[in-house]
Design a protein. Sequence first.
Length: 322
Amino acid sequence: MTHLLLDLDTVEHVFDKDSRDTPFIRVGLDFADKLMNHPECLGDFDTKGELECRCVPLYAKISTLKMKNAGRVDEAKSLYEKVSTMGWQGSQRTYAPGEAVPWDDFHHTPQIWVKGLKSQKVWGRETWKELPICSLLEENFATIKEETARALKDSAESGFEDAYRFLYDKGEWNRVMLYHKKTFTEECERVFPKTCALLKQWLPSKPGLPWTSDQNEQVMVIKMKQGTDVETHSGPSNNILNIHIGISGLEGAKLIIANDTHTWDEGKVIAWDGSYDHRVHCLECKEERVIMMVRYMHPGMAPEHYKGSKKTHFEDVPLELQ
């Protein structure tokens, strides 16, 4: 019911087409509040492990984002404070106040929180020893650019499809997947063969470590038409970084991460944490913006993060890591 009210329009905006603050959305927020206080929802703190998607942080995240996009920031802050300071005393687990949902910033509210990872919005070049993918992308940019240009000549044949249609109303945002759910796609092999051969050397970045989400590591080429404005959203887990490299049409395009604005440069990487609030727009673009995005496991992830967990949201944890 809450997904129906808060996230129904996953193909295109219908109920919040003219405004992100409608009676329909407000009913959804009220229902989400009731759900987060329901014993079965709260019971996830006992029945689900910390690396699984639990009910309270999921619907608190969805609700705060809906409030932010509706301009109801004070209400979003109130919900954030309530959830990020809550405790839990159940039959299986106990959390002190602030430990049940250990969010560390109003703009940093993923539904899955891996404890002990470094939080920072943008990973500057001084950190790239921890992120070898960044330098590798820049060093091989000529290959990426060449194959992307060829793919763009026939987008449909190359496999481009709608990207996250529920996050924007006007404009066009398309992607072609090269790596998803631990598999290199047919488009990767057929349309981007040289790039695909490189990616196979680089991914997965931490073989043997379970993923928290099917997005834990992905590769896609994304294009965005002029006039597209994507609303504020965030990724599912704080152990996923977004690595962007600018390809073409970058003038006027904006990436806003937790209220800080960034731009892309051709052949240059921006590495940032996708679990922070972010939005992107092409309102001032001169032409279609094209980038490659690599979703990459946080470099701090290690076997000890899985101790005590039988499964993540995405897959089982091997016995030797539990």
